[in-house]
Write a protein that binds this ligand. Structure first.
Ligand code: GAR
Length: 193
């Protein structure tokens, strides 16, 4: 059974979109897949509550409790591996991963980033797109490699930047694109397993 484990840090709206797509599109019946666990590096992440309500294993591995990135990643990997994931999905997971962690999940870890990669990796993507005078913005689903917010691109959605757009307005429109794009990209990965 292809288990999906989702990592979050906050609201978890992408995670919720994936869980809902899994239910609505019957990924269980079609691919034998299920969202086995949602894990956050922040104990107060709102997304954990959503997962719990759906009967999904929800857990926090608080990065603040560890002295080094290596120690945190080792504890995180332990929590993840209990669910034997075929796919590890980063959904607003805002931690830089160690090379060892990336290697461990090589080929089965994906991320979503709110820009048209390779442009605007990192933070404040929408403001940076506005400052650069971009005419379009977008979102990218990609495989995770050692290169932060890069790695082979699986899917992208493009949207126009409108006159008078603010970073906040752009982020909100990008998020609704993400909620369509990410579940679709994951479904395609499941189809190919
Ligand atoms: C999303 O916009 C996602 O693309 C972004 O964080 C937000 C999380 O929202 N991720 C990154 O910036 C990763 N570099 P969510 O918690 O509501 O899914």
């Amino acid at each position: 059974m292809p288990n999906i484990v989702i990592l979050i840090s906050g609201a978890g709206s992408n995670m919720a979109a994936i869980v809902q797509a899994c239910e609505k599109e019957r990924w269980g019946e079609r691919f034998g897949a299920r969202v086995a666990a949602v894990i956050s590096n922040r104990p107060d992440a709102q997304g954990l509550e959503f997962a719990q309500e759906r009967g999904i294993a929800a857990e926090a591995v608080d990065h603040k409790a560890f002295d080094s990135r290596e120690d945190f990643d080792a504890a995180l990997a332990k929590a993840i591996d209990r669910h034997e994931p075929a796919l590890l999905v980063l959904a607003g997971f805002m931690r830089i991963l160690t090379p060892g962690f990336v290697k461990r999940y090589e080929g089965r870890m994906v991320n979503i980033h709110p820009s048209l990669l390779p442009a605007f990796a990192g933070l404040n993507t929408h403001q940076r797109a506005l400052d650069a005078g971009c005419k379009v913005a977008g979102v990218t689903v990609h495989r995770v490699t050692d290169d932060l917010d890069h790695g082979p691109i699986l899917a992208q959605a493009v949207m126009p930047i409108l006159r008078g757009d603010t970073a906040q307005a752009l982020a909100a429109r990008a998020l609704s694109q993400e909620h369509i794009l990410y579940p679709k990209a994951i479904r395609e990965l499941l189809e190919a397993l």
